[in-house]
Design a binder for this molecule. Structure first.
Ligand SMILES: Cc1ncc(C[n+]2csc(CCOP(=O)(O)OP(=O)(O)O)c2C)c(N)n1
Ligand code: SF4
Length: 320
């Protein structure tokens, strides 16, 4: 007898609150694919679900936190990062991932994310960049490419967008990568690396939003959008992230841009500074202790400038 589709179990069901399904995402939206990559990364690494946390802000991407069967928090708009930092500071044993949209993280939440990177807060950030505010009907975001049409740029965007990977690299992130929602194998691998690495890890994922952005920008068909990503993406590791801009109808880099040696995290330093030894030390000694564990932006930049030479990644037929 053929089983009823409702009786079938999907291998990823164990990570989902299946009672919350069906989800709210539109057909062809890239968010589900990226969430699936995150869950596969967790599964591949065999991580303990009880030690994982997902924090989201508001937006279509932010809805992901409601669907995962782990401790997850759907926070207010732009505040996923400070929420995640507070959580990680108090419970260092947790593996905390922020999963949110480009508008949530870089418009209203822009201030929080640059300081999280500066501090090397030990959290992972997966940012879905669909070039606009999807949930509220398609307004201009800080990532909208120049000339693109949105509800708030009906004559074409006149503002230059942020280069998210460049911004995160110079702000102090120890791991920075960019993929698209068609690069599922590489994205999954990259998420695995971020989950295993201590410090501030940032992964940007370009993903189609056919409903709000695509239909105004000749990307109504999600399959065409994925083909566009595959054709335009140049897969290369350790390209200078400042050169990884995204411009209309031009090729763009995807890959790993930054992967620095492990260093003290914000939480490490925070706990050290709350130790009895520190609190009881005279002021001169305290200053020495702080300088001994400082995170110097100049040194970070020097290391960044000496990242390995760009390496070709993949080849024919290996685009995803
Ligand atoms: C304080 C506040 N301001 C504005 C909003 C309205 N709002 C909800 S989602 C959103 C933008 C979401 O865009 P993005 O983060 O790119 O996520 P997407 O929906 O594209 O996945 C905005 C402005 C809000 N919920 N709260
Ligand atoms: S509006 Fe865009 S981002 Fe939101 S669910 Fe639909 S396709 Fe996805």
């Amino acid at each position: 007898m053929i089983a009823n589709s409702h009786d079938l179990e999907h291998p990823m069901d164990k990570y989902l609150r299946t009672d919350r399904l069906p989800h709210v995402w539109c057909p062809g939206c890239g968010i589900g694919t990226v969430l699936s990559c995150y869950l596969h990364a967790v599964d591949n690494l065999g991580l303990d679900k009880d030690k994982l946390v997902m924090v989201s802000g508001i937006g279509c991407t932010g809805r992901a936190a409601g669907y995962v069967d782990m401790d997850s928090f759907h926070t207010t708009h732009g505040r996923a990062i400070p929420f995640a930092i507070g959580l990680k500071a108090m419970k260092p044993e947790l593996n905390v991932t922020v999963f949110s949209g480009d508008g949530d993280l870089f418009a209203i939440g822009g201030n929080h994310i640059i300081h999280a990177a500066r501090r090397n807060a030990d959290i992972n950030v997966i940012c879905i960049n669909n070039y606009n505010y999807g949930m509220t009907g398609g307004q201009l975001a800080p990532t909208t490419p120049e000339t693109a049409y949105t509800t708030t740029s009906p004559y074409g965007n006149i503002e230059p967008p942020f280069n998210l990977v460049g911004l995160m690299a110079v702000s102090g992130a120890v791991y920075v990568a960019r993929w698209t929602s068609i690069h599922v194998r590489r994205l999954t691998k990259s998420i695995e690396e971020a989950l295993e690495k201590r410090g501030f890890c940032f992964i940007e994922v370009l993903a189609p939003c056919p409903t709000a952005f695509g239909r105004r920008n000749e990307m109504r068909d999600p399959v065409e959008s994925l083909k566009y990503f595959k054709e335009q993406a140049i897969v290369k590791n350790f390209v200078n992230p400042l050169e990884a801009t995204i411009e209309p109808n031009k090729k763009f880099y995807v890959g790993k841009f930054v992967d620095l040696e492990e260093e003290m995290t914000f939480e490490d330093r925070l706990w050290l500074m709350t130790s009895e030894e520190f609190l009881k030390a005279p002021s001169k000694k305290r200053k020495e202790m702080i300088l001994g564990v400082r995170r110097h932006v100049k040194e970070h930049m020097e290391v960044l400038l000496h990242t390995p030479e760009p390496t070709e990644e993949g080849g024919k037929g290996e685009g995803v």
